[in-house]
Design a protein around this ligand. Structure first.
Ligand SMILES: Cc1cc2nc3c(=O)[nH]c(=O)nc-3n(C[C@H](O)[C@H](O)[C@H](O)COP(=O)(O)OP(=O)(O)OC[C@H]3O[C@@H](n4cnc5c(N)ncnc54)[C@H](O)[C@@H]3O)c2cc1C
Length: 335
């Protein structure tokens, strides 16, 4: 375990922001992690746990200890139960699961990042969320060093939410995640363009692998690749509003897209609101709003995190002014 000082985090966040960490360490085992957390040199320092860095915005240099989690391993426990260590790449794990004949997470193909961060915001895409296959996770309580198990219910999953983003924010480090996958081959192609893409390929009864392939090609055509343009995917969550609020917007904008969200509430795509507020494609030197995806803020190279954060706040303010809707940030802001 090598402790690096004043270390650049540019290669550790998909926004490609060149912030520095006072201390940086890559951790490969739980015992190393425990030793590190109990080391008096670090106990009082702010800590940032990092997986793939695909859901963070670093607004300045990090005055503390960044712990890059490299815990590896996938264990089949029987009956479709699989325990995955936090440092495994999410997409690699999805590919592994499909190769083994499992299904259930093919719709979550190509989501960047590591398994340990997946429960943080209950990752979701194409009509599937992690919580649908999630059984439990093991987490280390940072201040006491005790290991605890959180069941599905205890994680308080919601739309891009969990207890670890709210009440227990910063208190735990997730060590491993246990999922229950199926081998029945049942797939969900009802969302977005999946069935269209499969039809174009002449596939009538798709296998989970074919659904995964379709999703990978849709995502590649729609989302900017962070390797080419720094970004963290969707910057904002899609807001859920009451029916009367939705009707009010619809009166002015009959074309407003919407999805039922239960209990008489309606989800409106944040991308539509941002586009209508005039931000799509706006470029401010080396950062801006992506030209095809209004929900994606981008770093064209060399942008500062604080500038991107300020842009996000300006977008929030203008959507609030125009539609009276508060857009919540999905990306974790690291001040
Ligand atoms: C191009 C692109 C597309 C995306 N598409 C989607 C999508 O379709 N659906 C979706 O849900 N998300 C999507 N995301 C967001 C992102 O991929 C997910 O949120 C992913 O789970 C983040 O994983 P990570 O390892 O990169 O997390 P990081 O960015 O490293 O960390 C995110 C947060 O979790 C904390 N954290 C990380 N690991 C741990 C741990 N083991 N224990 C405790 N805390 C931890 C970090 O401190 C930070 O606060 C996308 C991102 C990009 C760049």
């Amino acid at each position: 375990m090598q402790l690096l000082k004043n270390h650049s985090l540019k290669d550790y966040n998909t926004f490609g922001v060149d912030a520095k960490a006072d201390f940086f360490v890559h951790v490969k085992s739980i015992s190393d992690l425990k030793n590190l957390l109990s080391n008096p040199q670090f106990t009082s320092l702010p800590k940032l746990f990092l997986g793939g860095g695909s859901n963070i915005l670093l607004c300045s240099d990090f005055k503390g200890l960044v712990i890059h989690l490299g815990l590896k391993g996938i264990e089949e426990l029987g009956n479709g139960l699989i325990r995955i260590q936090a440092g495994e790449g999410w997409h690699n794990f999805v590919m592994w699961s499909l190769e083994q004949g499992y299904n259930g997470i093919e719709n979550l193909s190509l989501i960047p990042g590591n398994v340990g961060a997946a429960p943080m915001q209950n990752i979701g895409a194409y009509g599937v969320e992690l919580r649908q296959v999630f059984v439990e996770l093991e987490a280390l309580h940072i201040s006491s060093g005790k290991t605890l198990v959180f069941s599905n219910e205890a994680c308080l999953f919601g739309y891009r939410e969990s207890i670890f983003k709210n009440k227990q924010k910063g208190n735990y480090v997730i060590l491993s995640v246990t999922l229950k996958l199926q081998t029945n081959g049942i797939v969900n192609t009802s969302y977005g363009a999946i069935s269209e893409v499969l039809r174009e390929k002449g596939i009538e009864n798709p296998t989970p692998i074919q659904v995964s392939d379709a999703i990978v090609s849709i995502r590649k055509s729609k989302l900017p690749d962070p390797v080419e343009i720094g970004n963290s995917g969707s910057f904002f969550k899609n807001p859920v509003v009451s029916s009367p609020d939705y009707d009010h917007i619809k009166k002015q904008y009959p074309e407003v897209p919407s999805y039922p969200s239960g209990e008489g509430r309606v989800k409106i795509p944040a991308a539509w609101l941002i586009e209508k507020a005039g931000w799509k494609g706006k470029c401010f030197g080396n950062y801006g709003v992506h030209k095809n995806q209004a929900l994606v803020l981008v770093n064209y190279g060399g942008a500062r995190g604080e500038d991107i954060y300020q842009l996000a706040q300006e977008i929030q303010a203008s959507v609030k002014e125009k539609f009276d809707i508060h857009l919540k940030m999905e990306v974790n802001i690291i001040p």
